[in-house]
Design a binder for this molecule. Structure first.
Ligand code: F6P
Length: 343
């Protein structure tokens, strides 16, 4: 093995640079050259690369984002792109490729394995923490800590003004960020995509809280949560290359309903991409580093078609296919714990 590539695809997240650094450092020990593919699958289609020597990865450990850039390009979307990608794989002289991504990016990797690009290993990435087969993905811990800090800040202003504040956090299909930041931040209600919102119950909890003398409340809602009547709240109808809509706005809709039904003054705060930016926590730096080292070791052992994963405190490897089969939603035992503190 002399030359391998690495790409980062999908939404960025803190911890990607620690992975890139670890791949380069571990490969260097094995005498392997690493080529950085720019902007996810787009770089593989358009042949955009950058050399990744020891100097290129020096100092990137604490940096958020990805030095390689990213995109939501899907090579299966446009005719001819998969062929271009395969040609470039050969032209770049790659013997293996490390693919760092979430459900969509790894889904493409899994398809490519079947379509004649066999030497791929996966690294799971998403702030949403919704990938099966790994207990945690890096980026999640940072996002939860940022959201928790924002909730702490909302508490002081909500309390001073005797208001309800609805905090909208990320989480498309799974409410992991909402549940963990909500528990850590002491939210009074947490609403997640897994449990349809009953607005009557929400208002009842808020009224009871006021009756016991609490003149403010914090409601945490995941962007993908839906009312019982159904339908996600969307920012726009346009679909991305993987068929996803742009979410956002549930906080505003919820706040309007709460104010209308209870008469309590209500405000909204949408945390948005702040949750995905900035320096990774120690947990995410360590997890990214462990994943990167293990990914190169899988390549050295010719264990292709595998994804690195965290199981308990151990780094293991699982079939890439397993990672993209089903989404990991919030554990209902954790939700029951959160409910103890509602109201
Ligand atoms: O998948 C991670 C995620 O952060 C989701 O929670 C969110 O819906 C989406 O990415 C936002 O993506 P974009 O960067 O395209 O706005």
């Amino acid at each position: 093995m002399a030359r391998i590539g690495i790409l980062t695809g999908g939404g960025d997240c803190p911890g990607l640079n620690p992975v890139i650094r670890a791949v380069v450092r571990r490969a260097n020990i094995a005498g392997i050259t690493v080529i950085g593919i720019k902007n996810g699958w787009k770089g593989m289609i358009e042949n955009e690369t950058m050399p990744l020597g020891m100097d290129a990865v020096s100092g990137i450990l604490p940096k958020g984002g990805t030095i390689l850039g990213t995109s939501r390009t899907n090579p299966y979307k446009k005719e001819g792109d998969v062929e271009k990608l395969k040609d470039n794989f050969k032209n770049m002289g790659l013997e293996a490729l490390v693919v760092v991504g979430g459900e969509d990016t790894l889904g493409v990797a899994s398809k490519l394995m079947k379509d004649g690009v066999p030497n791929i290993v996966g690294v799971p990435k998403t702030i949403d923490n919704d990938l099966s087969a790994t207990d945690y993905s890096f980026g999640f811990d940072t996002a939860v800590n940022i959201a928790m800090e924002c909730i702490d800040r909302l508490h002081t202003t909500a309390e001073s003004h005797h208001r309800i504040i609805v905090a909208e956090v990320m989480g498309r299909h799974a409410g992991w960020i909402a549940i963990e930041s909500g528990i850590a931040g002491g939210a009074d209600i947490i609403l997640i995509p897994e449990i349809p919102i009953d607005i009557n119950v929400v208002c009842e909890i808020l009224k009871k809280r006021k009756e016991r003398g609490k003149l403010f409340s914090i409601v945490v809602v995941a962007e993908g949560a839906q009312f019982k009547e159904g339908g996600m709240v969307l920012q726009e109808q346009k679909l991305d290359a993987f068929g996803h809509v742009r979410l956002g706005g549930i906080g505003e809709t919820l706040a309007t309903e709460i104010e209308k039904r209870t008469g309590f003054e209500t405000r909204v705060s949408v945390f948005g991409h702040i949750q995905r930016g900035g320096s990774p926590t120690a947990f995410d730096r360590v997890l990214g580093t462990r994943f990167g080292v293990k990914a190169v070791e899988l390549i050295l052992n010719k264990k292709f078609g595998r994804m690195v994963a965290l199981s308990g405190i151990k780094i293991i490897d699982v079939p890439l296919e397993d990672a993209v089969k089903a989404l990991k939603t919030v554990d209902m035992e954790l939700y029951e714990i959160a409910k103890v503190f509602f109201g």
